[in-house]
Design a protein. Structure first.
Length: 200
């Protein structure tokens, strides 16, 4: 039995469902909303590489190291982006959340907070993880701010850690949250979503 079993997560008009080849056209459309593959600090696939992107994610699922979701708007069925559990380590009850990207038109909305609330809740409350982690490019300041808003703590920086799509080498900023920290973080995320609903 895999540590992360197939599951569909729902809240606030969003659905996270296991990523499949059937999502290819939707992912292409989401990435095209903002030409996201042109950003050197993201892993968003170029349109012609989207099928390979999904196949790689499915290989990770088969290996037990990654479980990717498509993010769907429930009312329209539109694919808004993708996010994953990765670096899944059952022996220490740890997962990381990453490979996350959304169409530009839904960035700075409730989408990321809702998706993270769903994934963190599933990780801590269902999978019984001890730790959830995140990693991001040292120059991806927007991602760092978003991770910190979740309540994650910065663990440090791994220097010269991974290649970017343009061939340069990035430093990787590491974050984590423990199971003991999750209840307070959840309360804060629910509060932020309530504020957003009041101002939307």
């Amino acid at each position: 039995m895999a540590f992360v079993e197939p599951v569909v997560l729902r809240d606030r008009g969003l659905r996270l469902e296991p990523l499949a080849l059937a999502h290819e056209a939707g992912l292409v459309a989401a990435a095209t909303d903002g030409a996201l593959w042109t950003l050197r600090i993201t892993s968003v696939p170029e349109p012609e590489q989207t099928r390979r992107y999904i196949e790689t994610a499915l290989q990770g699922r088969a290996a037990g190291t990654r479980f990717a979701f498509a993010v769907i708007d429930e009312s329209s069925g539109r694919v808004l982006g993708s996010t994953s559990y990765h670096d899944i380590l059952p022996a220490v009850q740890r997962v990381e959340i990453g490979y996350t990207w959304y169409a530009r038109s839904v960035q700075r909305s409730h989408v990321n907070t809702t998706c993270k609330l769903l994934m963190m809740g599933h990780a801590f409350d269902t999978l019984r993880c001890r730790v959830v982690g995140w990693r991001t490019d040292n120059f991806n300041f927007a991602s760092q701010r978003a991770i910190e808003r979740l309540g994650a703590r910065k663990d440090g920086v791994i220097r010269g850690h991974a290649p970017r799509r343009d061939g340069t080498i990035r430093d990787t900023v590491m974050y984590s949250m423990t199971a003991d920290e999750w209840p307070e973080a959840r309360a804060q995320l629910l509060y932020l979503l309530q504020l957003h609903a009041q101002t939307a």
